[in-house]
Design a binder for this molecule. Structure first.
Ligand code: BG6
Ligand code: MG
Length: 220
């Protein structure tokens, strides 16, 4: 029986995936590396430094910077990103998410966040939805990032639940792989081609209806 929901943040609760894209695009321009939306799909769900590595490889600049310089580049991107998220207000929550969270609480489900973002707690506060969550996985506490299942296993554990008792919701291919690897029912948000490995998918967050999700798990 499902007793918990584990949600990714960027691209599921708020459209912050777009801000990550804009901030990386800005950094790419400083370095002479072009970042388009198709390439950006690979950056979704993975950590800040892993994203930077992919970008530098993409621009054939992987050996051009020391570890210290890479940390500085990642920090510059984060400064740009933080300017975007400082302006986030409650109405920036993606459509359908407020209803999903409140419905989950009414039904007695526990909620946790499985996001690679170090900025997740601030974003949840700005959106005024932090009170819905029983736990937020600290990405710094993990050995492996998505697509490794560790973050979803931890997110269930923090709720006192097994992964099989939870539904995981993601917008990234790496995230769906992580949910599936944890043995959790996976729900994808986004284009069918990208969400093809999800147990169930919706095109947009406003179609994330809790009753539907629970009945989909029942069909498995
Ligand atoms: C993930 C995003 O949730 O968090 C990635 O999908 C991002 O795009 C990662 O790089 C790390 O986020 P942050 O806020 O710690 O740089
Ligand atoms: Mg995401």
């Amino acid at each position: 029986m499902i007793k918990g929901l584990v949600l990714d943040l960027d691209g599921v609760i708020a459209d912050t995936a777009e801000y990550h894209y804009l901030a990386w695009k800005w950094l790419g321009e400083q370095l002479g590396i072009q970042i388009d939306r198709e390439f950006n799909e690979q950056l979704k769900g993975i950590s800040r430094l892993e994203s930077l590595e992919l970008i530098l490889t993409h621009g054939q600049l992987n050996d051009a910077f020391s570890e210290v310089e890479k940390n500085n580049l990642a920090a510059k991107k984060n400064d740009v990103y933080k300017k975007y998220i400082s302006e986030i207000v409650p109405t920036d929550i993606l459509p359908g998410i407020n209803d999903l969270l409140s419905e989950a609480k009414v039904r007695g489900l526990k909620l946790s966040i499985a996001s690679a973002s170090m900025n997740a707690p601030d974003i949840l506060k700005n959106l005024k939805v932090d009170m819905y969550f029983d736990a937020i996985v600290n990405p710094a506490s993990l050995k492996h990032g998505k697509p490794d299942p560790e973050i979803f296993i931890k997110a269930a554990q923090l709720l006192g639940l097994s992964p099989e008792q939870c539904i995981g919701i993601e917008d990234a291919e790496a995230g769906i792989e992580a949910i599936n690897g944890a043995g959790m029912f996976s729900v994808g948000v986004g284009a069918e081609i990208l969400m093809k490995n999800a147990d169930f998918f919706v095109a947009e967050t406003n179609y994330l209806n809790l009753g539907d999700l629970l009945s989909q798990v029942g069909k498995c």
